[in-house]
Design a protein around this ligand. Structure first.
Ligand code: SAH
Length: 678
């Protein structure tokens, strides 16, 4: 079957109809899935195996047959562990069809065809009885349905249903329980992802301060969790205000209730400060005694010897609705509220009047100011980056004149405000922001796509300064912001002949890297805990080749340490002073490998050249030492192109020291294709 999906091309802005193969989504999901990362998670796998063996033994000791229910079997891994541990029979449930098919193959290949029945259904559709999917209820419940927030993938309703309909009372559960931990912190860096700080502009007639509207100041923000690799957050970037406390636990061996509820703990601040966010993570005990424990605790909490890198489970940052000053030694009460799929937090100074009646219905935060809907967290961080703002201010000062008519093309940008303060006569743009800064009569918002811009929108004036950061919310990969170039091309007839375009150009840069850990998410596993899972590797490879073959993927590299193996290299330039050319832009060449290491892939990013000598860089900030450790722009995602085979050199001389590349920017489709030879 073929379907056509309409979408706006993120780079060219053109509305296009894509012919989607019905398997397209499947392949996307598999190619970009976390299965490989999970199979590489040795700590998780060994602990599941230990927990499963212990559970099977306990059931056998009671003289019962061990009947296992494995919900969300994926590759079939946990069922194969159970079967190897002596389980009599396993029902392996998997809702995602391609995975269920893979599980059938993997189970068969490993010789468990008689012991494991793969059922391609959502667990809530599974039937029990002589004619059902399961002959009888299970007495061992094994699952791995957790996300970074623990419950975000629907573990609670799934368990609730399983206890009601699919497992026996008193069943063994692996994991046996999960516990959520919290710690109160203050962090200017993380708070800058949630609130807009005053922006200082050094104008010729003195300093101007752009303030956020009070709606924005008091807005509780959006409820979604911010899940990040907290282990990459240096301890100098936050202040711990409380000890780590247990917030709540879920016992998976007993009936589970998914209905919304709340939990409250008392915290004694260990330091005075501004409580701004709750850092949170969880651990799971694979057995009732808690001897087999798998934890997501960050580096400052747990000993580094137990450290396991993983991307499928990270840590959570929950922003409090407002920052609250707390005093060392003066108790505060932290309430965690949850519904079926998410958690949010509230901090209270005093114990409520009715001590035991915790307000169950503390509402999930809802953004009232719109800004949290327009700007995601990295974007808040970017707009709060004073260094970056300074570059724009400097360059705007160079190009703006008192009679400039300025058009800004960027999403949710503060450039119009800067341009106004720096003296532009008229600025065309949008936003609630202007009200707070009394600019609504100075800045005009145009609600039209660039190609539909008319002279009446511009009150018959020509644009003398065209600006953009550029930034667009539809951009996923760095070069998608080249939409600015297409928009610039579309409005050409409205520009003066000597128009200034800022940025004047952009360039695409590239570097070959060795990742400390990120390689795991795309690397084949072969065997996992002794089970042959190559079918999974083949499936991922097949999906990578399906259509998106040879595509780069976006990753925020500040969270994923890597080492540069080559110098960064400029590969393409895009001249915004001219319109988008008809022909493709391409580059071929070679990069010299300067350091030994595993050549995992290439990283690509954009630099914007605002004006003479002033640039903003969305990628590599610096190579911090002779080992080649990289520092990346913390607000942007970079593009990562994983090489299909990884080559490693022990010394610099035992491999060719050049990687050759061919990169092509198709100006018609806005797509960048690349090819590397190692
Ligand atoms: N058990 C495997 C895979 C875990 S990933 C392992 O540990 O390696 C979780 C899997 O559960 C996904 O494949 C997802 O599709 C599936 N899943 C989640 N909820 C489910 C449900 N209620 N019923 C069936 N499958 C489910």
């Amino acid at each position: 079957m073929k379907t056509f999906c309409g979408r706006a091309n993120p780079t060219t802005g053109a509305l296009e109809w894509l012919e989607e193969d019905e398997n397209y989504d499947y392949h996307q999901e598999i190619a970009r899935s976390r299965y490989a990362d999970m199979l590489h998670d040795k700590d998780r796998n060994t602990k599941y195996y230990q927990g499963i063996r212990a559970a099977v033994s306990r059931v056998k000791e009671r003289g019962e047959k061990a009947i296992v229910l494995d919900i969300g079997t994926g590759t079939g891994l946990l069922s194969m562990m159970a079967a190897s541990a002596g389980a009599d029979f396993c029902y392996a449930i998997e809702v995602f069809k391609p995975m269920a098919n893979a599980a059938v193959k993997i189970v068969e290949k490993n010789g468990f065809r008689d012991k494991i029945k793969v059922i391609n259904k959502h667990s809530t559709e599974v039937t029990v009885g002589p004619d059902g999917d399961m002959q009888c209820r299970a007495n061992i419940l094994v699952t791995e349905l957790f996300d970074t927030e623990l419950i975000g993938e629907g573990a609670l309703p799934t368990y609730e249903h399983a206890h009601k309909y699919l497992v026996q009372e008193g069943c063994e559960a692996v994991p046996h329980r999960a516990t959520v931990y919290v710690q109160l912190v203050e962090s200017k860096r993380m708070w800058s992802w949630n609130k807009l700080f005053p922006v200082h502009v050094e104008a010729e007639d003195g300093e101007k301060i752009i303030v956020s509207p009070s709606e924005m100041e008091n807005c509780p923000g959006v409820p979604s969790v911010c899940d990040i690799q907290l282990n990459q957050m240096p301890s100098s970037d936050f202040t711990i205000l409380s000890n780590v406390v247990k917030m709540f636990s879920v016992d998976f061996s007993k009936p589970v209730r998914s209905a919304p509820t709340s939990y409250r703990v008392q915290l004694e601040p260990v330091k005075s400060g501004k409580a701004q966010m709750v850092l949170s993570w969880w651990d799971i005990d694979m057995d009732p005694s808690g001897m087999i424990n798998c934890t997501m605790a960050p580096y400052w909490v747990k000993s580094t010897s137990a450290f396991q890198w993983r991307d499928h489970w990270m840590q959570c940052v929950y922003f409090l609705p407002n920052e609250e000053p707390v005093l060392q030694g003066e108790n505060v009460y932290l309430t965690a509220c949850r519904d079926e799929y998410s958690v949010w937090y509230k901090l209270q100074k005093a114990r409520g009047e009715e001590e035991n009646k915790v307000d169950v219905r503390v509402e999930s935060p809802v953004c009232r100011c719109q800004a949290h809907l327009l700007w995601n967290r990295p974007r808040f961080g970017e707009l709060n980056d004073q260094n970056r703002t300074r570059q724009y201010v400097k360059s705007l000062m160079q190009v703006l004149k008192t009679d400039s008519v300025c058009l800004c093309i960027s999403d949710g940008s503060l450039l119009p405000v800067l341009a106004h303060y720096l003296g532009a006569k008229q600025v065309q743009y949008f936003f609630l922001f202007f009200k707070a800064n009394h600019l609504d009569d100075k800045i005009k918002i145009i609600e039209a796509r660039p190609e539909l811009l008319t002279s009446s929108h511009l009150e018959d004036k020509k644009i003398s300064v065209l600006v953009g950061e550029p930034f667009f919310t539809t951009s996923l990969l760095p070069w998608h912001n080249l939409y600015f170039w297409y928009a610039r091309t579309a409005v050409t007839s409205h520009l003066t002949s000597d128009v200034t375009v800022l940025p004047q150009s952009a360039s695409l840069h590239m570097m070959i890297v060795e990742f400390q850990d990120l390689w795991r998410i795309r690397s084949p596993c072969g065997t996992c805990e002794g089970f042959d899972v190559q079918t999974m590797d083949d499936m991922i490879n097949n999906s990578l080749d399906f259509r998106e073959s040879k595509e780069a993927e976006p990753h925020p590299l500040w969270e994923y340490p890597c080492k540069s193996l080559s110098d960064p290299q400029k590969v393409l330039t895009f001249d915004f002073r001219k319109t988008v050319p008809q022909h493709c832009l391409s580059a071929e060449g070679s990069v010299t490998i300067l350091r030994k290491g595993k050549r995992h892939g290439a990283v690509l990013w954009m630099e914007y050249h605002l004006a003479a000598d002033i640039s903003v860089n969305t990628g590599l900030m610096q190579i911090s030492n002779e080992k080649g450790n990289c520092e990346w722009n913390p607000h942007c995602k970079q593009a990562v192109y994983f090489f299909s085979s990884v080559t490693e050199s022990e010394t610099l001389s035992d491999l060719p020291n050049d990687v050759t590349y061919a990169i092509n920017f198709d100006t018609k489709t806005g797509e960048i294709a690349m090819d590397f030879k190692l």
